[in-house]
Design a binder for this molecule. Structure first.
Ligand SMILES: [Zn+2]
Length: 347
């Protein structure tokens, strides 16, 4: 209760621009995932009306929503980061990204940047992480011992946790495994052990947007960029596979969209999910910028291949804390503040 009052007070103060003044040269870049109109069964999906309310806040207070070109001018040409500015990205290329998210951004004439898994838009696959969630949702089995690709045994006990928690756990276990053959492994091990029939077509909730729709996004002023072919975690792949994921996804987007994309986003995007070999591959392929998913602001003068992004919060107070640079005060406090840290509401 006290905390929520303090957060509200902190956000009111944020509206005055105080934190933006104290912590300049920081740009919040947000990452969206799924966006749904009305009620949705899809766990973790952001309601379109919540997104609308965020964009309405930005529009009514004259915020700049930057495009990828604006960001490039900040990073490469030293343009100032406008005090009231934000940027938005959305990963993977599902149908709702075109049907819902883009429509909401169009209502405000704000640009949104799409990172698409080319194998998904080509309808060759749907993401391995979603295949795990699907299997756990459809299994009738409460307990199974599965053999991870490394040979290690992993126990899935569904009676102990919710499907969502369990899916996160299995995904995390697989993030540190070699992912070369993850799609085969899902069919031959996970689906088999859980007694789930592998769908013959992409399940409706995981269907992609079409390449035609991706082209229409570009025509409407949005950005579309590659996010690998298969969404496998680059750090776990061989040099040859890394090369393929980066260059083939570039080739597919270029041939479908008719331009040469030069921005990339790492699948799952934690610092441990990509490495220096990947960054070198990106440079060789001609990419100028790449995004991870580390929760932080982008700063002027920083490395162009490790641009941070905040996951777009489902909660307005949290969104405003990031937008108005309240989050950046943590850094500022360490360097400037004579006040004890406890004088500020905790995050
Ligand atoms: Zn992704």
């Amino acid at each position: 209760m006290v905390k929520s009052v303090l957060v509200k007070l902190a956000n009111l103060l944020g509206e005055t621009g105080l934190y933006r003044f104290l912590c300049p040269e920081r740009l919040p870049v947000f990452m969206l995932h799924r966006v749904m109109e009305g009620k949705s069964d899809l766990a973790g999906a952001l309601p379109a009306d919540t997104l609308r309310s965020y964009l309405d806040y930005l529009a009514s207070r004259d915020y700049h929503v930057l495009s990828m070109d604006d960001l490039w001018r900040v990073l490469d040409e030293g343009d100032e980061i406008p005090s009231k500015s934000v940027m938005f990205t959305i990963d993977d290329g599902f149908y709702d990204h075109h049907d819902v998210a883009a429509s909401v951004f169009d209502e405000f004439r704000f640009p949104l940047n799409f990172f698409v898994i080319t194998g998904l838009l080509d309808r060759e696959l749907w993401p391995w992480d979603d295949q795990i969630t699907y299997a756990l949702h459809h299994t009738g089995i409460r307990h199974a011992d599965i053999r991870l690709p490394s040979g290690e045994m992993y126990s899935v006990n569904l009676s102990a946790d919710t499907v969502r928690q369990k899916a996160r756990e299995v995904r995390n276990a697989l993030k540190s495994e070699h992912q070369e053959h993850i799609y085969d492994w899902l069919r031959t091990e996970l689906y088999k052990k859980l007694g789930v029939e592998f769908p013959t077509d992409i399940p409706p909730e995981y269907r992609p947007m079409s390449w035609d729709e991706a082209r229409s996004l570009r025509a409407r002023g949005h950005g579309v960029y590659p996010h690998t072919c298969s969404h496998r975690i680059l750090a776990t792949l061989s040099t040859q596979e890394k090369h393929h994921e980066i260059n083939e996804s570039l080739r597919r987007t270029k041939s479908e969209l008719g331009y040469l994309p030069d921005v990339f986003a790492y699948p799952t995007g934690r610092l441990s999910d990509y490495d220096s070999v990947d960054i070198e591959e990106l440079k060789k392929a001609g990419f100028k910028m790449a995004f991870n998913t580390v929760s932080d602001y982008v700063r002027r003068g920083q490395d162009h291949y490790e641009l941070a992004r905040f996951s777009l919060p489902g909660n307005t107070d949290k969104f405003l804390q990031i937008v108005n640079r309240f989050e950046a005060l943590n850094d500022w406090r360490t360097h400037h503040s004579p006040l004890p840290v406890s004088s500020f509401p905790s995050r």
